[in-house]
Design a protein. Structure first.
Length: 169
């Protein structure tokens, strides 16, 4: 049975130290700081798999998400969460995840410490019907110059822009 509101989420303090857990519903209701993973999936041409979120999502329903991922569950590491979420949402398994680093995002009803990853994938997708209603391959130009009819989740857009705009050694 699909009941994400009952999942136990790792709750953190302002320094990103785990201080306990709460259900996803409690975390959202009280806007508790938590952890989440963001897995940016690209094809070999550098296009990104954007997911159209269902309208029943608890945050940013109906938006386009640039990353697979989600909240880190109690007792779970960022890496474990990334592998689980990629499999759950898109049915992708066995890929190498490249760590992009961690960040903090604060938006309306959202205080999250994120850990971003990327991978390259070309193959079949198995969409989680409760969370993903469609997937489209978009170029970075399409993402960075969006049209008014396509709203991207602000946290995934923040994480992607951070990666693009941050010089790497």
């Amino acid at each position: 049975m699909y009941a994400p509101h009952l999942e136990l989420v790792a709750i953190v303090d302002e320094a990103n130290r785990v201080v306990g857990s709460a259900t996803r519903a409690e975390m959202r209701r009280n806007n508790l700081p938590h952890r989440a993973t963001y897995i940016f999936v690209f094809d070999r041409q550098g296009r990104i798999y954007a997911q159209h979120r269902t309208i029943i999502k608890d945050v940013y329903p109906g938006y386009w998400d640039l990353a697979a991922g989600g909240v880190v569950l109690a007792g779970e590491s960022y890496g474990e969460s990334a592998v689980r979420e990629l499999d759950e949402e898109l049915g992708i398994r066995g890929v190498t995840l490249e760590p992009w680093g961690e960040f903090y995002f604060h938006g309306e009803g959202c205080r999250v410490f994120g850990s971003a990853f990327s991978c390259t994938y070309e193959g079949p997708l198995t969409l989680q019907p409760e969370e993903v209603q469609a997937v489209e391959l978009l170029t970075l130009d399409q993402v960075l110059a969006p049209t008014p009819d396509r709203d991207f989740t602000p946290d995934s857009l923040f994480a992607l822009r951070r990666r693009i705009e941050t010089p790497r050694a």
